[in-house]
Design a protein around this ligand. Structure first.
Ligand SMILES: [Zn+2]
Length: 360
């Protein structure tokens, strides 16, 4: 039967080609219009019986027969029924089922089963994009064509954070801590019931959750032992350019530490800023009173980083090194005094400072 169809098709083509020149010679002036009539006749004669998959008003693709069309639709449909390891299918149905219709179609336009499945898949995805665009634009949502609705149980893993527990120990200093036990994240799995249309999730319902791995707490030990504060710390960096004591017949009441311009100057001890301003030969000068009856002085500064009345901590930045007042180069003049501010007796700072820490 197929063979007969094929032979008659070949004969038809030969017939058309023999007929065409005759028409052209007979009616010379109207040869073109007759030519196109002949071609149309030929093209319609070349169409063969086939089956189309139709969604709404649109023909999506054409295949050779009904069985192929059905197997294309089945493949498209059951593709959504496939489940990964973490999924279980609960329900599947056509939401908008395409029709299979008989058509006459040019042999060149008849697709293989594989191409037809691809065509359906891409048409379904294009349609979804179009529907989403309409929805964003606030227009009426068009009906989704070739829509397969399905529901799955889906398991999803989720990390569980660990708790941090703090213990204290008097064998460690306050600024020390140790990890007694490292924290480890746990793992749980959540089960959701998810409704889809084609590949798009529509609705998600939480079903239950179960712990797979319990998290392990992190245990941190914090020290409680109080670290004894050194009485005074170095107020800046640099090298000692002049020591405390008699110098050229005069008494040098502090220690000079020289470095470059704007080297940071730190509070040598906790206290209250009593002075932050120009003071005779000291130039820009800071005085800090401490709660043990002593106070410290920082002379020849370039800039102040604190104001009178500020409470400062040991090691806090208070100013920048300069060469203001009676000075011949960038350095800090540093004094330690005992007695009521602004009086009192000076002491040699080298007894209190660790000068070995200076870089020079
Ligand atoms: Zn000095």
């Amino acid at each position: 039967m197929k063979k007969i169809k094929y032979i008659s098709f070949i004969l038809l083509i030969i017939y058309i080609f023999l007929l065409m020149p005759k028409y052209c010679i007979a009616i010379e002036n109207k040869s073109c219009s007759i030519d196109s009539n002949v071609m149309n006749t030929a093209i319609s004669a070349m169409k063969i019986n086939a089956c189309a998959i139709k969604s709404g008003e649109d023909i999506i693709c054409t295949v050779k027969d009904k069985a192929t069309a059905q197997s294309v639709l089945d493949a498209f449909y059951y593709n959504y029924a496939k489940c990964k390891n973490n999924e279980v299918l609960l329900e599947i149905k056509w939401n908008e089922k395409p029709e299979i219709v008989n058509v006459k179609e040019d042999i060149c336009n008849i697709l293989s089963k594989e191409d037809a499945i691809d065509m359906l898949t891409s048409a379904a995805s294009d349609n979804y994009t179009e529907v989403a665009a309409l929805s964003i634009a606030g227009e009426t949502k068009a009906n989704k064509t070739m829509a397969v609705s399905y529901i799955k149980y889906v398991k999803e893993a989720e990390a569980i954070d660990y708790n941090i527990i703090t213990e204290s120990s008097n064998t460690l200093y306050q600024d020390q801590r140790q990890i007694k036990q490292k924290g480890v994240q746990g793992l749980k799995e959540n089960i959701y019931k998810i409704e889809y249309i084609n590949d798009e999730e529509q609705k998600r319902e939480f079903i239950k959750s179960q712990d797979l791995i319990k998290p392990q707490d992190e245990i941190i030990i914090k020290g409680t032992k109080i670290r004894k504060q050194p009485q005074y710390i170095l107020p800046t960096s640099g090298f000692v350019s002049s020591i405390y004591g008699e110098r050229n017949g005069e008494m040098h009441l502090g220690i000079d530490i020289a470095d470059s311009k704007d080297t940071i100057v730190y509070a040598s001890k906790d206290g209250t800023v009593m002075r932050a301003g120009s003071y005779y030969g000291y130039g820009n000068c800071i005085d800090i009173r401490h709660n043990d009856g002593s106070w410290t002085r920082y002379g020849h500064l370039d800039k102040f980083l604190v104001n009178v009345g500020d409470k400062v901590n040991q090691g806090q930045e208070i100013g920048l090194m300069g060469t203001t007042g009676n000075s011949t180069g960038y350095h800090l003049h540093f004094e330690i005094r005992y007695g009521n501010w602004p009086y009192g007796r000076t002491v040699d700072p080298s007894y209190f400072l660790d000068l070995s820490k200076l870089k020079y």
